[in-house]
Design a protein around this ligand. Sequence first.
Ligand SMILES: Nc1ncnc2c1ncn2[C@@H]1O[C@H](COP(=O)(O)OP(=O)(O)O)[C@@H](O)[C@H]1O
Ligand SMILES: [Mg+2]
Length: 316
Amino acid sequence: MTTQSKKNTPELTKIAKAIAAALSSPESRLGKVIAITNQKGGVGKTSTSFNFAHYLNELGYRVLAVDLDGQGNFTELFFNQDVLTHFVHTPALALFSPGIVDNFQPLAHPSGIDVLATPRNSHELNAIDSLPISVAEVFFNNLSAIAEQYDFILCDTPPAPGVRTTAACASADYIYAPVLVDTFAESALEGVVSSIANIGQIIDADLELTGILINQIVLDGTKDSQQQYDNLAEKIGSALIPTPIRQSKPFARAQRQGVPVWHLRTSGAERQASLETRKAYGEMAIRIPEISKDRVKYFTHVSRRVRAKIADEARG
Ligand SMILES: Nc1ncnc2c1ncn2[C@@H]1O[C@H](COP(=O)(O)OP(=O)(O)O)[C@@H](O)[C@H]1O
Ligand SMILES: [Mg+2]
């Protein structure tokens, strides 16, 4: 890793400088909205949202993470509950009332990611799903008002095709769905695809999934597991993110530590998970035309420590 980064130093330093310049220039934010969705629970929406938010942040983009699930799991990966009660902040719930921009105070995570948080078991946020669909427009207007402060606003959604999911997907420039390979994979996939099409009809636009990520796959070397994967991959077609993410222990370990999976690289399983998630998230990222391929390459080939050092030097 170190030898490779030394060899590429001039090119990499150029990229690092570009990242540092983009970060210090508030005028040039991309303002794109990303939704991570699937009407099923337990498929990996929250894990994908958390890891992908960190991935984009480490590519050098300004990221706002939005927790739209009343369980508040996404929030808990960033902060413990004390933080929510001790600091004044704008909760994700505020996105459904007009005028969020007037007093906008997201929680700032040490990684650099801003968070619109949701406390554990928020009945108030869940209750948004019983409001008329017109609140989706309030949500959209609020996101539009704060979008210029960020490159990416990444929304984790609840496991239901309700008002919040509709609002997030209707406002999104890019939509990703994690799916499982199991007995019901086919009907689940049809469910995801048709719910996105339905939301498209509501807003009279051609909504499409930017990418479908196969998550928590168990490839045990048997013909059966390979066959299941192949069938699903074929059914997904061009939306497929080519690298599937395997079911592995480092996911839970990283979540307990509140870090993305690639920050753990001690054991063999951790290095494997690190490699495979960086590859899969890179494949997700390059489906967003605004994301520079240089940044993805830089992230893939340079260690975190070296990246931080080059960025520091470039900044100042
Ligand atoms: N690739 C993976 N390997 C192992 N466990 C995973 C993986 N992805 C997610 N998990 C675990 O599965 C559970 C459900 O994931 P989560 O992201 O909360 O799903 P959702 O938000 O769709 O309900 C969590 O406990 C999470 O840690
Ligand atoms: Mg979740």
